[in-house]
Design a binder for this molecule. Structure first.
Ligand code: NAP
Ligand code: MN
Length: 256
């Protein structure tokens, strides 16, 4: 079995890295950063997102295991004190493989993937945008922007703009408005809508002043007049212990 280590960029975690390497050696795992079966992610959610994008073309082979090193780390079950336990789960094949669909977004001739969400906002003018679900018109949106998140991303930007938190054992998309205008001239749904992950969400409009963000990344609309978003067939795999529940993480991260 081969493992890789992916570390936080803005904090020195070399002491944690050393502990992971020692435990992996003890349990007979060999280091291979290019072609790993397991990737130990040392950091928080931002580091997790970067790790997924780094290994995007190996998504079916690679499983991610987070070791939380400071920061929020909502995706993380294991702390630095749990390294030996985490490595043992992997070595003894005694873990729960939680898989999640990525979000797939086509704009012009580029296709991008995201874990948390795809979001687009016009910071200069009101964004006017037509929204279709599976080819049927829903609304013409007026406001700052819109985002489509996965169950994993429901606790990120989506939560900050009033979207619902979604349980990690559901496979779906959530469309959420960002600073929508609701008056007697402009009207859109005005709340988040939760959709089957296969739903094709099509946004059309003038995206020339729009900033597109996905996870920690950004891209340009490059003249595209349409943004198409759906749940991807590409999935990521996260390693948890068999008794893990994301409810513990919800409580630790947001309540107490
Ligand atoms: P960041 O600015 O460090 O992230 C903002 C915060 O969101 C961090 O505390 C991060 O945790 C946390 N986070 C990321 N994904 C999460 C998730 N799925 N559930 C709960 N919390 C989550 O930037 P980053 O670390 O590169 O993360 C990129 C993400 O930031 C984007 O995908 C977007 O969702 C989010 N974001 C949020 C806002 C907002 O809420 N107003 C604005 C822009 C972007 P860590 O501290 O552990 O990294
Ligand atoms: Mn961060």
């Amino acid at each position: 079995m081969k493992f890789a280590i992916f570390t936080k960029i803005d904090k020195d975690v070399s002491d944690v890295e050393k502990l992971v390497k020692e435990a992996c050696t003890k349990y007979g795992l060999s280091l291979d950063n290019d072609n790993p079966d397991f990737v130990f992610v040392l950091g928080g959610d931002g580091t997790f997102l970067r790790a997924v994008h780094h290994y995007l073309d190996k998504n079916e082979q690679v499983k991610f295991i987070g070791i939380r090193c400071g920061t929020l780390g909502f995706f993380y079950q294991f702390e630095v004190g749990d390294i030996e336990k985490a490595v043992e789960l992997v070595a003894k094949n005694n873990y729960f493989d939680e898989s999640h669909r990525l979000i797939e977004c086509k704009l012009g001739n580029q296709t991008i993937y995201s874990v948390n969400e795809i979001r687009f906002e016009n910071p200069f003018h009101t964004l006017v945008c037509n929204v279709k679900l599976d080819g049927r018109e829903l609304e013409t949106f007026h406001g700052n922007g819109l985002l489509v998140c996965s169950e994993l991303g429901s606790t990120a930007y989506n939560k900050s703009v009033g979207g619902a938190v979604i349980s990690h054992n559901l496979d779906l998309l959530q469309l959420t408005e960002i600073s929508t205008i609701q008056n007697n001239i402009y009207r859109s749904l005005g709340s988040s809508i939760v959709l089957k992950s296969e739903t094709k969400i099509t946004f059309s409009g003038d995206f020339s002043n729009v900033v597109i963000g996905y996870d920690h990344l950004t891209c340009q609309p490059d003249g595209a007049k349409e943004i198409e978003v759906t749940g991807s067939n590409k999935k990521i795999h996260i390693v948890y212990s068999k008794d893990y529940s994301s409810i513990n993480n919800l409580k630790r991260s947001f309540i107490k």
